[in-house]
Design a protein around this ligand. Structure first.
Ligand code: PMP
Length: 354
């Protein structure tokens, strides 16, 4: 038997949202339509050249992103999903025993990737409305803190951070500590005063800020795995060093470039999801559920001990949502008919016999 790291038993595996044939899947914050039409065509064309390794530096994709964000390719990294970029930035900043700070509950991968890197997760409870408690996070910084994740909008609860609150927070963070704004759901946030992580990372007053987005959510490329990050050339170079070679496939690079050029179609899609989110939230509030404001493509039901029973109740009615035991349930926003099926299940739940 080969010797495996003895600390691995204590690290939970990442649990993906459930899926089952024929079921309505509202468990992984995916979009229900396929990739945008231009991306579908790019995928077919790139697949024909699949015998060759991709451009290791993803130069064309980084150039496209640099143009969109008015910067240079040296300030942009791409990765195999923004999950990989989370891992790379942790590895680029932490050595054994260093601390990674984040709100909790938040993206499930943060504590896992932290422990894989032999670093220590420091989890700061969210405020009562499901938003990040920035004052408590600032108070939790120690000499060992190397990186802070600010997930905005926060997965799984939904609220987004205001720019002014983030700027006040950054003023309390020593410059040696990297602050990573994880904007995986940015495209669904319509708050006028929201933080613009890419602006802060590229043109803000604090060189220790990076920001990340993903092509998995609004762009509908979850199956292709592309995420991107902006930051100082020094941090980006360090993040790139932590990558496995060729981590973004040629097909994914081509699909990402085509998707990024389809701005108007993307906006129409995200607008439809937002309208459905608001309709669904209003219906849930009407049914008596507590539902925090969401700026993402999901809603959060803080059901506490009822989270798992509610999850099973929905599954029995053909709707798969995402439960976090003892805490709550996250429901991704799908097509109107899928949300109608979910709301039927939720309505039946409120009428059930206990
Ligand atoms: N950050 C957050 C907050 C997420 O919710 C997710 C996906 N669940 C990711 C990052 C990673 O997305 P991907 O690796 O698909 O780009």
């Amino acid at each position: 038997m080969p010797q495996i790291r003895t600390d691995l038993d204590a690290i939970p595996a990442y649990v993906p949202g459930r899926s089952a044939p024929g079921a309505i899947k509202l468990a992984s914050n995916e979009v229900t339509q396929g990739p945008l039409p231009a991306a579908q065509q790019a995928i077919v064309e790139a697949a024909a050249a699949g015998n060759r390794y991709p451009d290791i530096s993803a130069y064309a994709l980084r150039t496209e992103l640099a143009e969109q964000f008015d910067t240079t390719p040296e300030n942009i990294a791409v990765g195999c999903g923004s999950s990989a970029l989370c891992q790379q930035i942790i590895q680029a900043t932490c050595t054994s025993g260093d601390e990674v700070l984040f709100g909790w509950r938040s993206f499930e991968a943060y504590p896992i990737l932290t422990r894989v890197a032999l670093a220590t997760p420091v989890q700061v409870p969210l405020a009562a409305d499901g938003s990040l408690d920035l004052d408590a996070m600032a108070a939790a910084i120690t000499d060992r803190t190397r990186i802070i994740f600010l997930c905005t909008p926060n997965n799984p609860t939904g609220p987004a951070l205001a720019a002014s609150d983030v700027i006040r927070f950054l003023e309390q963070v020593p410059e040696r500590v990297t602050v990573a704004l994880d904007e995986a759901y940015y495209e669904y946030c319509r708050r006028d005063d929201k933080v613009e992580g890419f602006e802060l990372a590229l043109r803000g007053a604090h060189p220790n800020v990076v920001a990340m987005r993903t092509m998995s959510k609004a762009y509908g490329l979850a199956g292709l795995r592309v995420g991107y990050m902006a930051g100082s050339a020094e941090i980006i170079a360090a993040v790139n060093k932590m990558s496995v070679p060729f981590s973004v496939s040629a097909v994914a690079q081509a699909a990402a470039i085509a998707s990024l050029r389809s701005g108007a179609e993307l906006l129409a899609r995200t607008d439809a999801v937002i309208a459905e989110r608001e309709r669904c939230r209003a219906a849930l509030l009407e049914l008596g559920f507590s539902v925090p404001v969401s700026e993402a493509n999901f809603l959060w039901l803080p059901l506490d001990d009822a989270a798992l029973p509610f999850n099973e109740w929905c599954a029995e009615r053909g709707v798969l949502v995402r439960a976090f035991a003892g805490t709550g349930v996250r429901v991704s926003i799908g097509a109107p008919e899928e949300m109608a099926a979910f709301l039927d299940a939720a309505t039946a739940w409120t009428h059930r016999e206990n």
